[in-house]
Ligand binder design. Sequence first.
Ligand code: NAD
Ligand code: G3P
Length: 338
Amino acid sequence: MAQIAVVGAGSWGSALSIVLADNNHHVKLWGRDEKQIQEINERHTNEKYLPNINLPENIKGFTRIKDAIEGVEAVLIVVPTKAIRNVLVEIRQNLKSPVTFIHASKGIEPDSLKRISEMIEEEIPQIIRKSVVVLSGPSHAEEVSLRQPTTVTSSSIQISEAEYVQNLFMNRHFRVYTNPDLIGVEIGGALKNIIALGAGLTNGLGFGDNAKAALMTRGLAEIARLGIKLGANPLTFAGLSGLGDLIVTCTSVHSRNWRAGNLLGKGKTLEEVLTNMGMAVEGVRTTKAAFQLAKREGVEMPITSVLYDVLFNEKNPQMAVEELMGRVKTHEVEDLSL
Ligand SMILES: NC(=O)c1ccc[n+]([C@@H]2O[C@H](COP(=O)([O-])OP(=O)(O)OC[C@H]3O[C@@H](n4cnc5c(N)ncnc54)[C@H](O)[C@@H]3O)[C@@H](O)[C@H]2O)c1
Ligand SMILES: O=P(O)(O)OC[C@H](O)CO
């Protein structure tokens, strides 16, 4: 059985630790909060992030990254995107031999416009990096930790490494597929959070299922348009890390992005929403990054664009919906190869 470091003891890092521990791996879970790590080691719980869940005893908590990564064969990064570069620097300074880097975070870095696998390649020299693999798909921590049926995709340009990660995680509750399209998997996983914010926002405004279905469908069209321009396989967007994750995030009671959008639609300010959530709402920064990426690539992304104005330029949400509905008439199906 393998020894794996999980860097990030929030909801998703803790839930994925349970999957690995159920598969009899030795999990070294890093978190920055001493009290939380003490709770994980002594009471085998993480009440703030996974209430009412018992953690298996083969999950050990660490507060120093140096200790968590010592002797492991793979490092799973699962902190919010804004924290990734800092943890990577600390890993680089302490890692002694090459490991597989897996990440399960969902975001794009504003300004640099890097995907997370690109940040890993930038920060971690090849001599200590066997490969980079992303794990993504429709998977809320709350359900994974209850061992409810979940399916995800393991993606790497080295398919043997994607299969290695598939083998680490796969069990009878957690089914893992592989896909070599790293760009498509990362873009789908990151950008669906923008659409979930929009779906929550229309709910907050009092609109129903027609509006939600419209946002999801046209949202997927613009995600695919950008992804294909960046080199993704169009079919990936119909898969687990595309359509699958879009469905779960736009319709689940667990979705942080949907809940944040809902509060915005009900008139709360962005600051009020983020303060109240207390958990990662990746869609906000990803909207900024996707807006910048669309501009750089010359790709039309109307939903992302109006949400950017709602989040960062105080556009009224009701006006944003009216703007989308009043766009110039167009064809539905486009030639995505253009
Ligand atoms: N929660 C889910 O169901 C889920 C599922 C799939 C993917 N994800 C993705 O996983 C990533 C983590 O999300 P989460 O839901 O676990 O978040 P969370 O809010 O539950 O936990 C975040 C964790 O990161 C830590 N953290 C926050 N800022 C930090 C910093 N600057 N430096 C170091 N640590 C920091 C927090 O202390 C906490 O332990 C996100 O990219 C999210 O999109 C989440
Ligand atoms: O709760 P959300 O909106 O951060 O979404 C979590 C996961 O990405 C769902 O797959």
